[in-house]
Ligand binder design. Sequence first.
Ligand SMILES: Nc1ncnc2c1ncn2[C@@H]1O[C@H](COP(=O)(O)OP(=O)(O)OP(=O)(O)O)[C@@H](O)[C@H]1O
Ligand SMILES: [Mg+2]
Length: 261
Amino acid sequence: MTKIIVVINQKGGVGKSTLAFHLAHAAAEGKSANGATKKNNRVLCIDLDSQANFSQYLTGDLDICNVTTGGVGDLLEGLALNPHVTSHDGIDLLHGHANLDQFDGNVEIEDRGYSPTMREYLRSLDYDVIIIDTPPAVGFRHMAPLCWADLALIPMEPVMSSIVGFQNVLSAISDVIAPINPALKWVGVINRANMRVKSHREKDEFVRSEYGDPILETLSTRTSVSDAMEEEPAQPVWLRKSAPKALREQWHRFCKKVISN
Ligand SMILES: Nc1ncnc2c1ncn2[C@@H]1O[C@H](COP(=O)(O)OP(=O)(O)OP(=O)(O)O)[C@@H](O)[C@H]1O
Ligand SMILES: [Mg+2]
């Protein structure tokens, strides 16, 4: 059964694309019965952001945002899909591009996007896991994937504007999405934290006490993470030999937990 995970927060820069990239790699790792890694799962990455950072991370091609045909546009238009086979084992991509804004407000495309048919169509594709990255703005490409997904991962920084973005996603899920996709679950992660900063500690404590177990982890700002994303090709931080072991283990463990949630 295909599992669909959307990474979402209207607030920019909270780590959506970085986390989507890491989730895709964790999802691609298969497991044998005794827990050892075996053949790859098939993972489809869907980039709904016109900035196309997720697509850039996965292809190393900074100009992919200017490739305005194919990619995720085909999905939104109901055309046959032709995903990129990336150099990352098991990971295919429907890339995002600069013209995605043209689909917002198009009644036919939005009707298709919000219909249960889209969710069923995605589930019928030959993939084990689908990871969806979303733009930092409320609108069709932010809301529609909540109708398709089994799980929403909501990253936030430990700052108020970002926590408000997280709360807005929760409101959208309960007020708008629940009647359409009642099975949707959500989990949160606090990212880009600096626990030496008092206000970060306070916000972390607030979110954890208010929302409890679905807040799965607090991830600190670490240069090993941003460096791993700047590599060519980008790599998950747990494959970066120079990164501290505890950091590598934390990111891997966290991503596996999200995938299996
Ligand atoms: N835990 C972390 N430690 C260090 N750098 C991080 C961490 N998480 C994300 N970053 C960096 O922060 C920047 C923003 O991350 P990213 O692009 O993933 O955010 P985003 O939410 O997708 O942004 P946007 O809303 O613009 O799409 C990137 O340069 C990324 O490498
Ligand atoms: Mg992004």
